[in-house]
Each structure stands twice: as C-alpha cells, then as structure tokens.
Design a protein. Sequence first.
Length: 295
Amino acid sequence: MSISSKYGYTPNQEAIARSLEVIAGGLEEVASESLFKACFGIMDQTTLANEDTPQRVKALVEKVNAFAKDYPDWPLPASICVFPNFASVVASTRKVPVNVTTVAGCFPTSQSFLEVKLHEIELAVRGGADEIDIVLALNSFLAGDYETAGAEIKASRECIDRVAAELGRKVVLKVILETGLLVTPENIAEASFLAMENGADFIKTSTGKVKVNATPLAAYVMCECIKKYYEKTGKKVGFKAAGGIASAMDAVCYWTIVRTILGEEWLNKNLFRFGVSSLANKLLTAVEQKTVAYF
C-alpha cells in the first residue's frame, strides 16, 4: 500500500498539465508590482557557494540590514539561508527581523551517517538557526526503504525540538525532496507524504545542486499533497520552491500554483517560501524598471 493511497491521492498528469497550461497563459495578467514585492517578502535569500567565507556571508547580511533604508517601500526577505557553519555569523550580524536558515544534515546529498547528520543539525541550532533545511535520504528512499528514510526525518525533527527546547526557542524543519531525482509525480507524492508524516513543517523542491531543480509540475504535485494532508490531519505544512527560479515571472508562476491549489491562506512566509540567490535582483529590476544588482 502506497503512502499516497492513505490520503486518497494519485497524481493526474493530464489534469495537472491542463491546469499548468492555464496558469502559464495567465501569468502576465497576474503579475504586478505588489505581487513582485510579496514574492520578495517570502524569500530565503541564499548563499550556498563553495567560496563562501565568514566575510562574504557577513557582507550579505549587512546588505539585508541596509535594505529597508535603501528600499523603504519593500518588505524584508523572510530569512537568510547559509551553510550550517555560518549560522552564528548571520545571527550575530543581523539587525533586522529576518530568520537564520541553514541547510544541514550533510547537504546537498544527505550521504553520511545519521549520527553525523544529527550532530550537524544540533550545531546549527546551537549556532542560532531558526530554520533547518535537510535533504530526504534518497539512498534509502530510492531503494524503496521508506521506513529508514522516514525515520531519519523523524530523528532530525526530534533533535531539532530537543535542542530548541533547551534554548527556549522553536525551530522550523524543511525537508528537501530533490524532486529532479525523484523523476515521477508518483515518487514526488510519496516523498511529500513521507516528509509530512515524519514532522516536516515545510516540504521543499530542490537543493539547487542537481540538473533538474524546481519545476511547476513538481510544485503542483507537492501542493496537492499538502492539501490532502491538511484535509486529513488539520495540519498546515508549508511549501518551498528552490533551484532554478531565475526570473520574476518564475516566482509569479509558483505563487499562482500555491494560490490555485492551497488558497490565499498559504500566501505568507509562514507557509510559502522561495529559496533563491538571484531572484531578489530580478524582482527589484522588474519593479524599479532598471537593472538592479543590490544583492
């Protein structure tokens, strides 16, 4: 018995394709200055480069600190996302209300021992992370061992909650499915439900480190799963699109998918995020009507 069948869900690729065609055809009508700004306000402004240094990360945080002064009519991004060893750099440098997000659990492959993953997660939380993004253990999931893959997510959830409680905080868990490697809508659905059942606060498309990252099809399936999970459990799980979101209209597309399936109540930073490195400048450029290279 598949996990999806527990929720009465089977991806209907023909229906999804028709809906995505309608969405794509209406993007120009949906796009607006206010929507571009709303998309900006749900971004996890990200740097996950091999050449990242404490100085480089600090420089990004200082740009976010100065953003409200330079663009007073814009919202701040939701968070700044970095490697786990830079959590303390972001936490100690930020002067504005944005969260500290870190990838952890041996990102981007999740190919290591569970004990190593959990220790990295703990160190990230102790370093100041408000949100932790881990990657689904594809080494287990793709081998059909859903029990082990799910147990790793559950162990990560328990680790986060234990350390956060000790520090008097709450920390969000996002689970990256790496949908480009899952390939089929059916696998994406199974992974979505598996992550949600084991404690994910958000399910996220991609690491941005593989050939195929976020796609409208993957987003559509994941949002349908979130809806089914909510209908059955009453728990609202967030959606994060990441990887390959390179234009303002890409953001509008994902925004429209979330609104179409999950409704207006999901259109906020508590339930919807973009994981991006270049999108901020694209949104600024679209509204300011001139090339902006702020970040």
